[in-house]
Ligand binder design. Structure first.
Ligand SMILES: [Zn+2]
Length: 228
């Protein structure tokens, strides 16, 4: 590290939330509104491997050996990526950290760069309502129009409003049991992280069951306060 460099004060946001909570939608909103860059671990790894950076080459050899990429390599890749000019306005971390150990490693990295976690935003959902929301979804097999058992049935039963199709499809992994177990897994995995960021005073919960625009407004206010 070059001690003469001005400290990097670019905001760092962590977005936590189970599948279906609208993380992607909120991240895109933050990208548009604040110029943040969303960094997801999978994309970062693929990009680093493709670019053949030093850390990317290490990741490639580990993956080729069929092993998991270590936290240390992920952190190295994250360090390289966050130093890119497009991250100057801020980053949203999605999918990393996943464990308290990774959260500690991330804190050490941010200490090096002079940054901090401005907010760890947790999109909070009502599990039972989520199961209803996700497991009720289905689409027209012909035109792809989306429907829902509870919230949006076709006007004429069994006939698509848009194209008149009569075949409908459900995603196999959208059934109630699978959705419930995805949520259980999420809570089990995230509990230590939630506790970690709560102890740091960085955790902010948002009720993610409301209207998308309401959630986006709350998110905007949080980011403005956290980065002020
Ligand atoms: Zn249709």
């Amino acid at each position: 590290m070059d001690g003469a460099q001005t400290p990097n004060t670019s905001p760092v946001l962590i977005l936590l939330g189970p599948p279906g909570a609208g993380k992607g939608t909120q991240a895109r909103m933050l990208e548009e509104q604040f110029g943040f860059v969303q960094l997801s671990t999978g994309d970062l790894l693929r990009a680093a491997v493709a670019a053949g950076t030093e850390a990317g080459q290490r990741a490639r050899s580990v993956m080729e050996a069929g092993e998991l990429v270590s936290d240390e390599i992920v952190i190295a890749i994250l360090r390289d990526r966050m130093a890119q000019p497009d991250c100057a306005k801020g980053v949203i971390l999605d999918g990393f950290p996943r464990t308290a150990v990774q959260a500690e490693a991330l804190d050490r990295l941010l200490e090096e760069t002079g940054q901090k976690i401005d907010a760890a935003v947790s999109l909070e959902v009502d599990d039972a309502a989520m199961v209803t929301r996700i497991s009720g979804r289905y689409t027209c097999g012909t035109c792809g129009e989306g429907y829902h058992d509870s919230f949006k049935q076709p006007k004429a039963k069994g006939t698509c409003d848009k194209c008149g199709g009569t075949e409908f499809k459900r995603r196999a992994d959208d059934n109630a049991e699978t959705v419930a177990s995805r949520l259980d897994a999420y809570h089990a995995q995230t509990a230590p992280l939630i506790a970690y960021y709560k102890a740091q005073g960085a955790l902010i919960g948002i009720d993610a069951m409301g209207e998308i625009d309401d959630i986006a407004r709350k998110m905007t206010a949080i980011v403005k306060t956290a980065t002020a």
